[in-house]
Structures are given as C-alpha cells and as structure tokens.
Design a protein around this ligand. Structure first.
Ligand SMILES: Cc1cc2nc3c(=O)[nH]c(=O)nc-3n(C[C@H](O)[C@H](O)[C@H](O)COP(=O)(O)OP(=O)(O)OC[C@H]3O[C@@H](n4cnc5c(N)ncnc54)[C@H](O)[C@@H]3O)c2cc1C
Length: 374
C-alpha cells in the first residue's frame, strides 16, 4: 500500500489518513483498504480503549427507537449489514460472540406491559416481527429471568465489542493498513494531520473518526462540530455461559450474556465532560436492577467495572459526510456506534469513491449544522 502523501490521480487508489482507531476508524480502514486505497490509522492510545472497547455490543435498532424517524431507518439498515460484515471479518462469526437471536424487553407487571406495548406499536405498524412471551414461555426459553412477568422479543443481534476490535485490528494489518498506535494528532486540515511529536502527514483524504474527541480536532480546521461526551458506566458479573440466552433491555438497565465471561450490565448516561471516573452508587444501582430481573446473579461476583464516553452530536445523530474536499467526518454515533460501524464504513467508501450512498444514510451525510469558519 502506498505511504501517505498527496497526489494520487484517481478516486480508486487514494491515500487516506484516519484519525481514531475505534470501531468506526477501523471499520472504515478495513473497507477502504479492500476498495484499493492506501490507508493509515492514527490513534493516541497504545491500543484503542475508548467508547468502542467500553460498549455493550447490542445491535438493536428497535429497542429504543421511534420507528418513524430516520435514525431508526439508519439503524435498521445498519443491522442488515452486520451478518455479511461478521462473516467477511472472521471465518466463524461465533468467534466475535456474534448472535442474531434477538433481544428481550421484559415487563415487570401489567402496567409496565401496557406501557411497553404502546411504545412498540409503531414497530408492528412497520411490520417488524414482535413476539410476545408470557411468563410461562419466558421461563421455558430464558429461564433465569424469573424477575420478569413476561417479555417481548424484538429482532436484534449482539457482538462482543472487544473481540470485534481485536478482529478488526488483525484484518486491517493483514490487508496492509498502516496502523499506528501512540500517535496523538494535535491538528487536522483537509488531507493533513499534525502530530504531537512535531511531525505532520499528508494524504489525499482525511477521515475524522475520533469519537468524543472529534470536536477538539474539528476546531483546529475551523469547523464547529459540537460532539459532546456522555459517560456510560458498566459492570460484568462472573457467571456461567447459558445463564441468559438473549440480551435483555429493561427500563433502567440492560444485561448482555458474554461467552466465557459472564453477563455485562449497563449503563448510565452522565454528562460530566471527559471525566471517566467510576461511581460506586451507580454500579450498585445497576447491579441491583440486574439482580432484580435475574435473581441467580445475587451471589455472582462483580468481576469488572468500567466507563466509556459516547460521542453525541446533534442529540444523537451521527454525521458521516464529506465536509470539504479532502475531509470526511464519521462521528457522533452516540449509543449505536457498534451497530452502525459496517454501514458507516460502507458510506465512507462511497464518499471516497464518489458513489451513491444507501438512501437511509442520506440525511446523515448532509453536513447540516456543521459550521465552517474558513
Ligand atoms: C457504556 C457504553 C455502552 C455502549 N453500548 C453500545 C451498544 O450496546 N451498541 C452500540 O451499537 N453502541 C454502543 N455504544 C456506543 C458505541 O460504543 C460508540 O458509538 C462507538 O464506539 C463510537 O466509536 P468511535 O470509533 O467513533 O469512538 P471511540 O471508540 O471512542 O474511538 C475514538 C478513538 O479516537 C482516538 N483519539 C481521540 N483523540 C485523538 C487524537 N487527538 N489523536 C489520535 N487519536 C485520537 C481515541 O484514542 C479512540 O481510540 C456504547 C457506548 C458506551 C460508552
């Protein structure tokens, strides 16, 4: 693959710098390299451990969505990309802990059921298959959820974000991407980055994929890109495989079975800037919610706790757009960056190769609200 440098003649063999080695940067790097471009990925960390590493890994466009808006349509298109993406990334998608068996929304009592039922009505109107499980059916099919009175099963998938990141790193290196850890970018411009060691790199295109930190870098090229960090706190119970068959998405917490590792529980939504500190009270609250739904977790040890910063832009709308010649932005994925990574990479390849993008993505490829002062 060519080293960074400007001047590539065609749209099909360009040199591309990507700032950020999270799931968005790596997925873009992989697909751009497959499309024949020469790609360099720069990340400030020795091994990227920000939002993508912290995520739950639910691929769940229907669980929180309003089934009439364009974010929902983007999420549905994102989910549709996942099976092929996983199969192309690894021989056996089970290696990513990737499953497509759907996700549960449990109810605790009749009032709860009615409220959720009402919320799910637009999904039924959109002909999304919503299954209703009575308590009896729930016990038969996901027996540890004895704290729930029944559940809805919605189409969804799940993946282990940490296994995903490892597989993406292997794939990008395997295809010749120049993956450079420990490279802090201090300023960007179309087709150019300045590095903390005083050096700079140039290429035909720059892709900004630095998650919650995108605003700081955008400012250095005169762009107002109001990405803000929203902290999420997580924990993992040590528990045997098979305790839960599906991920469970409840009012105040979600529980995700993770092969060989137990059950991951999340999450909080805290606006406290770039402060990633953990709060014992939040962990205790999440653990209590999880144990209420799955009493078998009462004796389970909390094996790990962590936090991550979701990149939120314009209330949760990602931006995947060419802002200027030589500058593409792919950020602001907020609560759905794992879900949207394959589709985002597809869009970035289309923007690079001057191809049409998926119709569901068009509203997110318009740089509305991004103010350029240059
Ligand atoms: C607790 C939590 C739970 C979540 N659960 C889910 C879920 O279940 N499903 C889902 O789809 N999404 C989920 N998300 C959202 C998802 O994780 C994010 O939307 C996604 O990871 C964003 O990916 P990214 O690559 O843009 O950002 P990041 O993963 O944050 O990557 C950005 C990278 O940029 C690098 N960087 C920053 N500044 C610089 C610089 N100056 N120079 C060089 N490198 C730099 C950082 O080191 C970092 O590695 C969750 C997020 C959190 C925090």
């Amino acid at each position: 693959m060519p080293a960074p440098g400007k001047g590539t003649a065609t749209w099909m063999n360009r040199s591309i710098l990507i700032v950020g080695g999270g799931v968005i940067g790596l997925a873009c790097a992989w697909r751009l390299a497959q499309a024949g471009h020469g790609v360099t990925v720069l990340d400030a960390a020795p091994e990227a451990r920000e939002a993508s590493w912290a995520a739950g890994g639910m691929l769940a466009p229907h669980h929180e969505a309003d089934a009439t808006d364009d974010r929902w349509r983007l999420g549905v298109a994102g989910l549709a990309r996942w099976p092929a993406f996983a199969r192309q990334l690894v021989d056996d998608p089970a290696a990513l802990d990737f499953h497509e068996q759907g996700g549960l929304v449990p109810w605790l009592d009749d009032d709860d059921r009615q409220a959720i039922d009402l919320r799910l009505e637009p999904l039924r109107v959109a002909r999304i298959a919503v299954e209703t499980w009575t308590k009896h059916e729930l016990v038969a099919r996901d027996g540890a959820l004895t704290g729930a009175a029944g559940a809805f099963l919605l189409p969804a998938a799940q993946v282990d974000p940490r296994r995903l990141l490892a597989a993406l790193r292997t794939a990008v290196v395997g295809i010749g991407v120049d993956l450079r850890p420990d490279q802090t970018v201090t300023a960007i411009a179309p087709g150019r980055v300045d590095l903390a060691d005083g050096k700079h790199l140039e290429a035909d295109d720059l892709v900004l994929a630095s998650g919650a930190w995108s605003q700081t870098l955008a400012r250095t090229t005169g762009l107002t890109l109001p990405v803000e960090p929203v902290k999420g706190q997580m924990l993992r119970f040590a528990a045997p495989d098979g305790l839960l068959q599906h991920f469970v998405h409840c009012h105040h917490a979600y529980l995700i079975p993770r092969r060989g590792l137990g059950v991951v529980v999340g999450s909080t939504m805290v606006e406290s800037g770039f402060n990633k500190s953990e709060e014992a009270a939040a962990i205790a609250r999440l653990a209590a919610q999880a144990r209420r739904l799955v009493p078998a977790l009462a004796q389970a040890e909390i094996a790990e706790t962590w936090t991550g910063l979701r990149p939120r832009l314009h209330g949760g709308r990602p931006l995947i757009a060419r802002i200027q010649p030589g500058l593409i932005v792919a950020t602001g994925h907020f609560r759905n960056g794992i879900l949207l990574a394959p589709l985002t990479a597809e869009i970035v390849v289309a923007l690079t190769n001057r191809l049409a993008i998926a119709p569901e993505a068009v509203p997110f490829a318009l740089a509305a609200g991004v103010v350029s002062s240059v």
